[in-house]
Design a protein. Structure first.
Length: 180
């Protein structure tokens, strides 16, 4: 590997690291702090519905993207994955706005359902944090045309991203429909 490529790789790792730390740190701060003054009732907000829609749509596009790449339909794969990244980015923005407005939303359902909710929520949150640098790295390799590296990390990124997207919808249903 030449010196130029090594510098480019170091820059990519640095940018991915900084972006990941900023995103994960912002979300963590918003979850751990109290709600904004005059916060609205979380059950009345449309943002959780929008978040669930964005997560579900991301999962569908990721699945189609995988389908297309397995059939060597590169342009369709690129389109689906690009839209999935955009939708996941939109999710992140609406998620941050929602948690800025209402803080942490408490689960109000029965204790047996809370156990299920927490067993879905815990890996969802952990893998969502892990997913951020993975998606950014996978995307960076694709943009730079480093498809061998892209494929190598995408094999791990895709199932984690799919789990996070689908479990995000499950968390929404458990919290806002079954746990209220």
């Amino acid at each position: 590997m030449g010196a130029g490529i090594q510098r480019e790789e170091q820059l990519t790792r640095g940018v991915v690291g900084l972006l990941s730390a900023a995103i994960i740190g912002t979300v963590a701060i918003l979850i751990l702090r109290s709600p904004a003054p005059n916060s609205s009732d979380p059950a009345q907000s449309l943002l959780p519905v929008i978040n669930a829609f964005l997560n579900g749509s991301s999962a569908v596009l990721l699945s189609f993207g995988f389908y297309f790449i397995r059939r060597r339909r590169i342009a369709a794969h690129r389109f689906c994955m690009s839209i999935a990244v955009v939708l996941s980015g939109m999710f992140l923005v609406t998620y941050v706005v929602h948690h800025y407005q209402v803080g942490t939303v408490k689960f109000l359902g029965p204790s047996w359902l809370k156990t299920i909710y927490l067993s879905v929520l815990a890996p969802h949150v952990i893998l969502a944090a892990v997913m951020v640098p993975m998606v950014l790295t996978t995307l960076a390799h694709a943009w730079r045309g480093r498809f061998a590296r892209h494929r190598r990390i995408a094999r791990w990124t895709l199932p984690i991203w799919l789990y996070v997207s689908v479990s995000g919808v499950v968390v929404y249903w458990l919290l806002y429909h079954l746990g209220r």
